[in-house]
Design a protein around this ligand. Structure first.
Ligand code: GAR
Length: 212
């Protein structure tokens, strides 16, 4: 099994989806650490409940980003982590840190990348009158919300949607695609060709819909 660390800043509903996936007997991945920059993150309680080790590395305790990241690296090294999953981790990581985890770090983002990088994705999609929205799991590269796409899930934007209703519908799909993408990566089913990921031998991303 691949040893996985999940980095969270908040509620950790995606973390929970990963915990549930890795609890399956045939899982190629095992979560060995949940790390947060925020001691109050509910994700830490989810981890404790599942018997998973936790660590808090508070960015406010460090003078600069590199020293914050060194402390994170020390926690990851101490647990012999193979794969890092960012799950609502709201700190930007430096190219140096990201480079250490090349093709071994996943992120989930609530938009159909490359559209709507950054924050407030649902509001922006609604403002633009998009008829389709969704979420993406990708391998992390130094640029924000950039990197080879593994799986995307599409949802229709409904006439009555506001940002909350749209976010909720996208989140349901996040909880499907993130466990699936981690399973593929841990099982060795992802290869990377330039900025394109091959997912089970086919050019990525896999595209899912709500009814798949
Ligand atoms: C998720 O919607 C995730 O896609 C988003 O934060 C939320 C975390 O929810 N991530 C980003 O916006 C990253 N830039 P969770 O803590 O319940 O998993």
């Amino acid at each position: 099994q691949k040893r996985v660390a999940v980095l969270v800043s908040g509620g950790g509903s995606n973390l929970q989806a990963l915990i549930d996936e890795c609890a399956k007997p045939d899982s190629p991945a095992r979560i060995v650490l949940v790390l947060s920059n925020n001691a109050d993150a509910y994700g830490l309680q989810r981890a404790a409940k599942a018997g998973i080790a936790t660590a808090v590395v508070n960015h406010r305790d460090f003078q600069d980003r590199p020293s914050f990241e060194q402390a994170i690296m020390a926690e990851l090294d101490a647990r012999n982590v193979d794969i890092v999953c960012l799950a609502g981790f709201m700190r930007v990581l430096t190219p140096g840190f990201v480079g250490n985890w090349h093709d071994r770090m996943l992120n989930i983002h609530p938009s159909l990348l490359p559209a709507y990088k950054g924050l407030h994705t649902h509001e922006r999609a609604l403002e633009d009158g998009m008829t389709e929205h969704g979420c993406s799991v990708h391998l992390v590269r130094p640029a924000l919300d950039d990197g080879p796409l593994l799986i995307q899930a599409k949802v229709p934007v409904l006439p009555d949607d506001d940002a909350d209703s749209l976010a909720a519908r996208v989140l349901v799909q996040e909880h499907r695609i993130y466990p699936a993408a981690l399973r593929l990566l841990a099982a060795g089913a992802i290869t990377v060709d330039g900025e394109l990921a091959l997912v089970d031998g086919r050019p990525g991303p896999m595209i899912w819909t709500e009814t798949d």
